[in-house]
Design a binder for this molecule. Structure first.
Ligand code: PMP
Length: 367
């Protein structure tokens, strides 16, 4: 008999089972129209309804104010590393932007932005990505076009539990890996983007939520598909959008709504992640998470096994045994090693509990 597989992958990641069933049911014949969403014109009225309802659901789930545009774009989170400076760095004459660099993804974003303007990392350089530099150490640039940060660093497991104070400057956030895992006051942001393949769907679509008055400042070399003004005016249909990924995202948003919305997702994320942190914290150093307790991520938990810097032989065994139990994709990112458990919205409390109980057992055997 096939064991049940539990997917702790960092993205693309687990989708709710009911979403997969529905997509399967509708795959050959969407809503009785005789064709699949995969075959449908992006300009058809049926696809238009999918786009509209997906946008409406998202607006509702995050209480997105009317003066924000929502776009469904291609190019991934990495595409937005370029699109953000291409569209926003020209907001102010100086063409400079402030960045918080708290891990791999914000570091990549800052590096990309350097192609288009001046980038200031606002805090002292960190030796490792295990904490968020205290805001009293930040020195924001006056005249900066925006302040950028990554709300949850997927590789390093560093998550912001506060919204940075920009002293009036435009705030931009990459929420790819904690999107819709808790409520967010969108009105505090100039722009939020998130790739769908972690918390809200499959790869292919990136959500961009942008305040209307920030649209229209793209540099003249900005590629047309990345130009927010062009995409916003065309309701993300300037070119063919990732139709099927948008459809899947709609199904996931519906699932979030039916399961209590973002408040419920937050409660569950705390419950799931505490189960794992509790074991780590009570393991007398057998399991170690290098991240400062103030910013330990609810979504991605990186940890080492055997000793603080990780005992690779023990970690190998940990992963093998986990895989025999059906728990997959627990290997840490290749840049940091060790283990990483990702507990996105679709991962159930029972699945997190199964990992916790396996960790407890493994600890017992190795003590
Ligand atoms: N930002 C974050 C926080 C991510 O985790 C990732 C991907 N893991 C990206 C950006 C890049 O996304 P993509 O691979 O879709 O370009």
């Amino acid at each position: 008999e096939k064991k049940q597989t539990i997917n702790f992958g960092a993205g693309p990641a687990k989708l709710p089972q009911s979403v997969l069933f529905q997509a399967q049911k509708e795959l050959m014949d969407y809503n009785g129209i005789g064709i699949s969403v995969l075959e449908m014109s992006h300009r058809s009225s049926d696809f238009n309804k999918i786009m509209k309802s997906t946008e409406t659901l998202l607006r509702e789930l995050l209480s997105i104010p009317d003066n924000y545009k929502i776009m469904f774009l291609q190019g991934g989170g990495s595409g937005q590393f370029s699109a953000v400076p291409l569209n926003l760095i020209g907001l102010k004459q100086d063409r400079c932007a402030d960045y918080l660099v708290t891990g791999t993804w914000s570091s990549k974003a800052a590096k990309e932005a350097e192609k288009y303007g001046k980038v200031n990392v606002v805090h002292p350089k960190q030796d490792s990505y295990t904490s968020i530099p205290t805001s009293s150490s930040w020195s924001l640039t006056s005249g900066a076009s925006y302040l950028y940060y990554c709300c949850n660093e997927t590789v390093h497991g560093v998550e912001f539990n506060f919204i940075p104070d920009t002293h009036g400057a435009v705030l931009v956030s990459d929420m790819s890996s904690n999107f819709l895992s808790r409520p967010v006051d969108v009105s505090k942001f100039g722009l939020i983007f998130a790739g769908a393949q972690k918390n809200v769907g499959c790869a292919g679509v990136t959500v961009v939520i942008v305040r209307e008055d920030l649209i229209g400042y793209a540099l003249k070399d900005c590629p047309v598909v990345l130009d927010y003004q062009v995409q916003a005016e065309n309701n993300s249909l300037y070119n063919t959008p990732p139709c099927f990924s948008i459809y899947i995202m709609g199904l996931v948003l519906d699932w979030i709504k039916n399961n209590g919305g973002v408040d419920a997702m937050e409660t569950l994320s705390k419950k799931k992640s505490s189960m794992i942190y509790d074991i780590i914290n009570s393991s007398n150093g057998f399991y170690t998470c290098p991240v400062d307790v103030l910013c330990q991520s609810r979504m991605n938990i990186p940890f080492r096994v055997g000793k603080a810097e990780g005992d690779e032989a023990v970690e190998k065994k940990f992963l093998e045994r986990a895989s025999n139990l059906g728990m997959i994709s627990l290997k840490g990112h290749r840049s940091v090693g060790g283990i990483r458990a990702s507990l996105y919205n679709a991962v159930t409390v029972e699945e997190a509990a199964a990992l916790a109980s396996y960790m407890k057992e493994f600890l017992k055997e190795h003590q």
